[in-house]
Design a protein around this ligand. Structure first.
Ligand code: AVJ
Length: 531
């Protein structure tokens, strides 16, 4: 979209970067800037980068631009190829060109706190600061630290207080402002909307929009995201202190989890992928033609490609996830990449789901897809309930392809959940970091350590946060004391034998039709059927 020249006296925020790829964080900063600074618009300037130096790490420019347009999804955010059209790569030059082109606009340069940390390395950063005011937003994992960065110290005298935010865009540079409270991935508006959404949860109608961008439909069942504060206070008050593992997955936690799937000791992701790839022909043959694929907890949808590409005449792909923004973003990307209808449903795994009628044509049958052994995080009775509901959702004649981690040598299991690099430890400890940040909890993080062990009796890995010495966690006016070695139980990850898994499945309308495994028998892909 070209940038109009007739935008007199508009206050415009600029978010520049490679957008490789654009993500929810870009949008969060932009929405915060629109609200806090009273901007008229935010322009995302997608920089072409240096094609000689960086072609291996950058996705093609058009792709980045297109993806940014999908992610931005806001009437006041404009994605622009200004830098490409003007052949510019440095912010200092871009700002000059923008100001020359738009003499009646006021520009505010926007950045996350991570940007401020490295600002002193940008070309002519002092000139940039002289040219335009800039606003810095705390991001998950980056906060006050950015304020002690070289640029922040150097420009300290030019910092203005946040009570001047509404007039900030009209002040003359050099001036900057720092918003310390934007690192909660939930924006204030979203919070407001959520309250409205959940206040009448029981008779909350589902929202169906047809079509939604490239999606065949987007069905919003308004999943209950849980109340971290209430659940933390309740869980910490129990005899065995505990909290649901769903709270691991904030933005930082999800990133750390991605890191786990790449560590040497964490075999499940890699092994499952290999099983799928090695047996793709047989698996897709067993499933047959014309099926609709329904993925539980689709995340970034990257685990679906082998399946949809291998299946004969697949009818549709429906992605389901609890995280609305990520779902819309990744399903939209899939819709562009796959040549079949793609739809998205925002819901919780456990919710019963009725597919909207008359939007997609009925498939031969539905295939549920639930990789990653996430079913192992449920207690056995919860897994039974989940499978029963899935059978109702998918209807008679359905199949269900599930990744199931297997019982194996204790040392292999324990290493997978306590890797030498400490990535899993960081993942577990992130819960405490999140409590501090989002709940204002008082915790001495160093008093705790990651603790994972295989509980043979219950065939499960248990993850805990263990107090190295007597300590306490304070949330609001609740004080929870830990004796030395006392733990907060954070996750179970059940491991199965063929027999144990069949026993579980047989309490539901499903039966195990076929199982594929790796040569060591560490992981299994199980195809269930309710025929
Ligand atoms: C993705 C939930 C299946 O239980 O193995 C990884 C999560 N926890 N390391 C698992 C996890 C610690 C993972 N699941």
């Amino acid at each position: 979209m070209p940038i109009a020249k007739s935008n007199a006296r508009r206050k415009i925020g600029i978010l520049g970067g490679s957008f490789n790829p654009a993500h929810a964080g870009h949008r969060e900063i932009s929405v915060a800037a629109l609200e806090r600074l009273g901007l008229d618009a935010v322009w995302w300037l997608v920089t072409p980068g240096n094609p000689l130096k960086d072609s291996s790490i950058y996705a093609p420019y058009e792709e980045r631009l297109k993806h940014a347009r999908v992610i931005s999804d806001h009437p006041d955010i404009v994605v622009s190829d200004f830098e490409k059209r003007h052949g510019l790569t440095y912010t200092v030059d871009t700002l000059e060109a923008l100001q020359d082109d738009n003499p009646n606009s006021r520009f505010v340069w926007l950045m996350g706190a991570d940007g401020l940390e490295t600002f002193h390395k940008w070309k002519d950063w002092r000139v940039i600061a002289d040219r335009a005011v800039f606003a810095v937003f705390a991001r998950p994992g980056y906060g006050e630290g950015a304020l002690s960065s070289p640029a922040a110290k150097d420009l300290a005298a030019f910092r203005v207080e946040i009570d001047q935010a509404t007039d900030f865009a009209l002040i003359d540079a050099p001036r900057w402002i720092y918003f310390p409270d934007t690192n909660n991935p939930i924006s204030s508006t979203e919070l407001r909307n959520r309250k409205i959404q959940h206040s009448n949860k029981d008779n909350q109608p589902a929202d169906l929009s047809v079509p939604h961008g490239h999606l065949a439909y987007f069905l919003d069942l308004h999943p209950d995201l849980g109340d971290f504060r209430a659940d933390a206070i309740e869980g910490l008050g129990k005899k065995q202190k505990s909290i649901s593992p769903k709270y691991f997955y904030d933005e930082r936690g999800s990133k750390i989890f991605n890191g786990i799937t790449e560590v040497k000791e964490y075999y499940p992701t890699r092994t499952e992928r290999q099983i799928f790839l090695d047996n793709a022909k047989e698996i897709t043959g067993e499933i047959g033609a014309g099926v609709g694929v329904f993925e539980y907890g689709s995340g970034s949808s990257e685990k679906i490609e082998w399946l949809v590409k291998g299946l004969k005449n697949p009818a549709a792909y429906v992605a389901m996830d609890i995280s609305r923004d990520h779902l819309i973003e990744s399903a939209s990307v899939m819709a562009e990449q796959l040549s079949i209808p793609v739809a998205a449903i925002c819901a919780d795994f456990h919710a019963p789901i009725k597919f909207p009628k008359g939007v997609l044509k009925d498939p031969e049958h539905w295939l549920g897809y639930f990789p990653g052994s996430t079913i192992g995080n449920m207690l056995p009775e919860t897994a039974v309930g989940f499978l029963r509901r899935a059978s109702e959702t998918l209807g008679t004649g359905a199949q269900f392809l599930i990744g199931v981690d297997q019982v194996k040598d204790k040392s292999v299991l324990e290493a997978a959940y306590d890797d030498a690099e400490g990535v899993t430890a960081k993942f577990n400890m992130n819960l405490l970091v999140r409590m501090q940040r989002e709940l204002g909890a008082k915790i001495n993080i160093d008093d705790f350590e990651h603790y994972a062990f295989y509980n043979e009796q219950l065939s499960r890995i248990e993850m805990h946060l263990r107090a190295k010495q007597a300590t306490k966690i304070v949330i609001d006016d609740h004080e929870f004391s830990f004796a030395k070695d006392e733990t907060l139980h954070t996750e179970n990850s059940h491991k199965f034998t063929d027999e144990k898994f069949s026993q579980l499945v047989n309490q539901t309308p499903w039966h195990v039709e076929k199982t594929w495994t790796d040569p060591q028998g560490w992981f299994a892909a199980c195809l269930l059927s309710n025929r």
